[in-house]
Design a protein around this ligand. Structure first.
Ligand code: CP
Length: 648
């Protein structure tokens, strides 16, 4: 049982401005105390646990040093790979257990939103020491502390943030804080590494704040002595510096001439990038020349460290290079944060976190976060995706915000749980959707197919007609089995995967037919393209389903755009590398948005894009009563759908 109040610092915005000021005041005292020596007992009797799922030098060691200096104790796992995390223990279980051993947890984790999960499940306070590319609030405390010390204030400073502003979590927390303290930001991202939209949106919606983005060359010009250049939105030649939306956003005026108070350099966060992103182009290299102009000579050079090749060693002896001071501030600032936590707990000032209720969805599969690094993608066994309404500037778009990683998810189809109708979202549905959220009857879908699978009907149906009766369906399935057997000399290496739901029924029926004809019973699994955490599971009574080295027959009832097949193939490849993969479909509609051709087809039914093909299949071909259930219908949706939507 923690002796501290449940005060979590997941984001820099979990501390209000007066709390940050208090931490800085305490840090000043500790910095002096560290110099003069002497015993500090502020944290005597308290234990801090450090859980670092990613490497760290500064954050971990300065936190541990801070706790020791405060007279507290530290417990830790030297390497999380040597903890039960390596056996598959979830983050939630780990922090729940560790809360029983410690009064405070410091967590670093590779996945976006992990600190939020830890804070939700731990009984003791959780301090975020960096979660994926999202935030690193305690680094920001060190950055602000040193910046203010050097410049005397934060308000009105102009700070150029340079390098990888996409994955650099330290800059994200710093941006929120600089905006709060009234500093001007000039973003100078390396190519393709811009500040992400979700950060810009949070700034705009919560602080009505935006900033300018320029290239390094443009910054050199702006800060290099050309008095005619003004960073204001009214000068047309200046607007050319801003690309796309940036030109229309409110651009805070930076008083000319553009004198910089600080450069904040970051390294390329290679550990979060694809090889394509790593090799995308040249990275910023910052050296003493940048400080030579009249507009930069007063600037301090900051870096959260570690550095790689982006910051020249020649700068180290320059008094304007303050990055080692930032690192050194880690001890007094983190001592101050822990002391503030103790102070706050004693004063019983623990505030309840005021959060908007997440949306309760009625869909079978709630939407999943589109961010592949979101913690919900990795802790799916217990973690339900959680979304709130995002403040979309475009009323024609329904945007949700992931509660863990903050990324936006755009929703195309919405449904009403009581009427079981689905709609393509447009502006006219805004009011209805808000009402459905309030009454808990909103369902959302990624595609028409998903809505249909969930038993939802289109808002309005056009005429429908029967395309195949039960005998024809049975014949087409038999033809599929024969094609497969004719082409597969060796059925023993074959495994069958059916896309839930009708594809999975079809897969089982094909498996049974093939067994009857060849005597070989192929392993069979169902695949859910909407639930990747538990996407592939055996449906043949076995426990395991291997894809490695096997010939996979992917089975679906209808091939529409090829989108489902693409997603299914990607899921299969995540589990292992099959020797080959083939696609078998009962109905080929003949138009595809992506170049995927089925290898085996039960029947070709050319259709227009506004038509839907609906397949009904009995689970087994043995049950004569059930077989009469089989049929293929075609119907049109009256509501006009965009081409790609109708095709899915
Ligand atoms: N600045 C920072 O977070 O450094 P470490 O990764 O070494 O903790």
């Amino acid at each position: 049982m923690s002796r501290l109040g449940k005060i979590d610092v997941v984001s820099i915005d979990d501390l209000d401005t007066s709390e940050i000021e208090r931490v800085f005041a305490l840090a000043d005292g500790f910095a002096e105390g560290l110099e003069s020596g002497g015993q500090i007992t502020t944290a005597s009797g308290l234990i801090m646990a450090t859980l670092f799922y990613e490497p760290s030098t500064r954050t971990r060691l300065s936190f541990e040093s801070a706790m020791h200096r405060l007279g507290g104790a530290v417990i830790s796992s030297a390497d999380m790979q040597a903890s039960s995390a390596a056996k598959g223990e979830s983050l939630a279980d780990t922090v729940r257990v560790v809360s029983g051993y410690a009064d405070l947890i410091v967590l670093r984790h590779p996945h976006d939103g992990a600190a939020r999960v830890a804070a939700d499940y731990a009984a003791c306070p959780v301090l975020n020491a960096g979660d994926g590319s999202r935030e690193h609030p305690t680094q920001t405390l060190c950055d602000l502390y040193i910046l203010r010390k050097k410049k005397g204030h934060l308000k009105g400073l102009t700070v150029a943030l340079c390098g990888d502003l996409k994955f650099g979590r330290t800059v994200h927390s710093l941006i929120y804080a600089l905006a709060r303290f009234g500093a001007n930001i000039v973003a100078v991202p390396t190519a393709g590494m811009d500040v992400p939209d979700y950060v810009l949106q949070r700034l705009a919606s919560e602080r009505n704040y935006s900033f300018s983005t320029v290239t390094m060359d443009e910054l050199k010009t702006l800060a290099g002595g050309l008095d005619a250049l003004y960073l204001t939105p009214s000068a047309p030649h200046q607007m050319a510096l801003f690309t796309g939306d940036e030109a229309t956003r409110k651009i805070p005026s930076v008083e000319p001439p553009l004198a910089l108070d600080a450069f904040y350099i970051t390294r390329l966060q290679k550990e979060r990038m694809t090889s394509k992103e790593i090799n995308a182009g040249e990275y910023v290299r910052f050296d003493a020349r940048a400080l030579k102009t009249s507009r930069t000579q007063e600037a301090v050079v900051m870096h959260p460290l570690p550095r790689t090749g982006e910051l020249a060693y020649e700068l180290d002896s320059d008094p304007r290079a303050v990055y080692f001071e930032q690192a050194a501030a880690g001890v007094p600032v983190r001592m101050a944060l822990i002391a503030w936590l103790i102070e706050k707990s004693k004063a019983a000032q623990v505030r309840a976190r005021t959060v908007a209720e997440p949306i309760r969805f009625k869909s079978e599969a709630p939407p999943r976060c589109a961010n592949p690094n979101c913690i919900t993608r990795f802790e799916g066994a217990y973690l339900r995706p959680r979304f709130k309404m995002a403040r979309s500037a475009d009323p024609a778009i329904l945007a949700l915000k992931c509660d863990f990683c903050e990324r936006e998810l755009k929703i195309e189809y919405v449904g009403h749980a009581r009427s079981h109708r689905f709609y393509r979202f447009d502006e006219n549905l805004q009011g209805y959707v808000r009402q459905w959220i309030e009454e808990g009857s909103l369902a959302v879908f990624e595609s028409v197919k998903q809505a249909e699978e969930g038993g939802y009907e289109p808002y309005k149906r056009g005429p429908q007609r029967e395309m195949m009766r039960s005998e024809e369906v049975a014949h087409a399935i038999e033809s599929l089995a024969d094609q497969l057997i004719a082409e597969m000399p060796e059925m023993t290496g074959v495994s069958i995967v059916g896309v839930i739901s009708r594809g999975a029924i079809l897969a089982l029926r094909l498996r049974d037919l093939i067994e009857r004809k060849t005597g070989v019973r192929a392993p069979c699994a169902a695949l859910d393209v909407y639930s990747p955490a538990e996407a592939v599971h055996p449906i043949d009574g076995t426990d395991n389903f291997d894809v490695e080295g096997r010939t996979i027959i992917l089975v679906d009832d209808v091939i529409n755009s090829g989108w489902t097949v693409q997603r299914a193939m990607a899921t299969i490849w995540q589990r292992g590398r099959p020797a080959a993969a083939k696609l078998a479909v009962l109905i080929d509609r003949g138009h595809r948005a992506v170049p995927i051709r089925p290898n085996y087809v039960g029947k070709n039914i050319p259709t227009s894009r506004t038509e839907r093909v609906q397949v009904r299949l009995a689970p087994s071909s043995d049950d004569s009563k059930a077989v009469s259930h089989d049929r293929v219908m075609i119907y049109s949706i009256v509501e006009p759908l965009k081409e790609t939507e109708a095709a899915r």
